[in-house]
Every structure is written in C-alpha cells, then in structure tokens.
Design a protein around this ligand. Sequence first.
Ligand SMILES: Nc1ncnc2c1ncn2[C@@H]1O[C@H](COP(=O)(O)OP(=O)(O)OP(=O)(O)O)[C@@H](O)[C@H]1O
Ligand SMILES: [Mg+2]
Length: 361
Amino acid sequence: MTFRQFLSRLADLAVILLRDGAAYAVLIVRAVRGGVSVGSIARYVSCIALLMAAVLGLVDSVQRTLVNDKYLKRYFSYFDIPNGMYKGSLTVEKRDDNEYNVEFKDVSFRYPNAQAWALRHVNLKFRVGEKLAVVGMNGSGKTTFIKLLCRLYDPTEGVILLNGVDIRKYDYDEYMSLFSVVFQDVKLFAVSLGQNVAADTDFDRERVNACLARAGFERRESTLPKGLDTPLYKDYDKDGVEISGGEAQKIALARALYKDAPFIILDEPTAALDPVSEYEVYSHFNSIAGDKTAVYVSHRLASCRFCDKIAVFDAGRIVQTGRHEELLAAGGGKYCGLWNAQAQYFHAGKAPVTPCLYYAG
Ligand SMILES: Nc1ncnc2c1ncn2[C@@H]1O[C@H](COP(=O)(O)OP(=O)(O)OP(=O)(O)O)[C@@H](O)[C@H]1O
Ligand SMILES: [Mg+2]
C-alpha cells in the first residue's frame, strides 16, 4: 500500500467513525435522558447499521456510474450509429435440405466515398451445396464479393438473389443467420476460449470441443490451463493466454463451425497457418464444409482443386469460371497465369515450367 493509499484509507475510516459516532452519540444521549428503552436501543442500533450499509451501497453505485459514464457514452454512441441499410421483413425459408440458391445479377459496387469500382458487372450463380472457390490477385474484389453476399454492404448497381428473391427483402437478422463466415482479418474477444467459439456465455461444451478439434486446435487446447474456460489475452485477466495469428484463425474457424449455418464462407482461412495445419484444412475441407454451400477464398490454387466451381476475379470482374481442370485445359487466361506463377515458385531451380502444360502433362 502506498502512502497516498494509506492516507486515503485513513480519511475513509475517519468519515465512518464520525458518521457512526454521531448516530450512536444521539442514541446514547437519548438513552441517558431516559427517552429510549433498552429494547428500542437494540432496534435502533441494527437500524443504524442497515441504514449505513444502504448509504454506502448508494455512494458506491454513484461512484461507479461516474467512472463508467465515459465508457458507456462510447458504447451507446456506437450503438446509436444509424444503420442506413434497407431492412426487409420477409422470413427466410428454413429448409432442412439446405436448398438455397444464390445469384449475383449484374452487380457493381463502389465503397462509400470511393471513386473506383470495387466490383463491376458481376454475374454468378451457385448451386445448392456447391463448393465455390474465389481466386484472384490482391485487390481484385474477392472480399468485397463476400461482404456483399453477407449484406455488410448493398450493391451500388444490380441485385443479389436468394432463391429468386432480392436479399434486401429478407429480414436482416434472419438473413445473417444463414452465414458462418471467417473473415480475413480475424478478431477474437478477450473472454474465455469457449465463449469465443460459441459467441455466447452459455454454450454446449461438448460441441465446442468437437468444433475446436475439427479446426485443428485440439492439441493447443490441451495445453491451456483451464481448457475452454481459459481467458484469451490479458486485457481483463492477468492469467489470460496470448495466442498467435494462426491459432486465432483456427478458433475463428471453430466459431464458424459451431454456428452451423447453411452457408460457410472462408476468406483465406489458411493465410496464417503453418504448412501442416494448412494441409489439414485443405484435406478436411470437404468434411469441414459437409453438405453446406461453401465459398472459399484462397490464394493457394492447389486447394481450389477440391471445389466444384472456381470464379476468377480480376480488377473487380469475374473473368473466368469453371472447374480447376477446365480452366487449365482452356490454355492461357488469368487462372493459368496464376497457377503457373505458383507452380514455378515451387519448382524454382528446376527447368522452367511450360505454361499450363505443367499441370496437364
Ligand atoms: N473499405 C474500403 N473502402 C474503400 N475501398 C476499399 C475498401 N475495402 C476495399 N477497397 C478497395 O476495393 C478493392 C477490392 O478490395 P478487396 O478487399 O475486395 O480485394 P481482395 O481481392 O479481397 O484482395 P486481397 O487478396 O488482398 O484480400 C481494392 O481496390 C480495395 O482498395
Ligand atoms: Mg481479401
């Protein structure tokens, strides 16, 4: 205890002594004068104790309110930001067979206050249960495409349809509940591991463990001191554990699996993973996605071979679609260029790789 804290404690004690002393002094004076019976004195003493406890509680609450006021202001000002998005009221049909079809119809998009188009004339349909890979150079519009699909933004032009209906017409929260997404810039909360996976304080521990295992976090979890109850980061708990970017990505993947929505969307889910973990995600991708409709954004073209359809983005446009083999067999084109760039990278030092024939041959 510092000297300053000692003085403050002493002042508190003096106030308590003065306050209680005054109350008891009044009582004693009245008792001596014979105005109060012995029974009443006992009653008054307990009343004074109760009153003081209540006053202390009130003072404590006022103090806390004053301290938390600035944090609450920030919290409420965030929630007061108006959401300008159109919110429809149509119920999203709950389908046991996951029969959901999505279509982008001539969709173009410009970010607010930006001059350039991030997406231009995008047309794409994907089938129920299909595994769609989205590839392309940095800045080609892959993440923007995902953001529009999840209604984080609405198209500037064109329309996105779910089962033939404009997605803006659906109830916003219900529509959101269709998607399990792992975004490129994964963010976790400084709460327990279990709460991070479930995004809830109340969760099914067995299911959380199963999802963490499927996401490849099982071994690391076994090293955590309190298992699922281990706090992440040290913001609120000095016993919290720091986790790496790759570990955060696995936890985010487990969170997406726990949500168990009909669509699973992974925006570069392996970018921060080590080669073994990356291989595990690729090789288990079909079991991870199960019968869900999956959209998979990746720079690792080898992983796209497992997908039913690949959409190749370039400067905000879809320039090619098809299966891996079809796109390579087409000879030339953006996909071939990207594939060869990666193939040559792995064959550095060996004979130059003939464009596209490398794979086909
Ligand atoms: N919030 C934003 N405001 C303005 N422009 C943005 C914003 N986010 C992205 N852009 C621009 O939109 C274009 C597409 O970006 P996007 O993030 O979709 O690319 P990407 O294909 O996902 O790239 P990467 O492979 O690097 O993840 C880029 O030119 C980018 O600069
Ligand atoms: Mg991106």
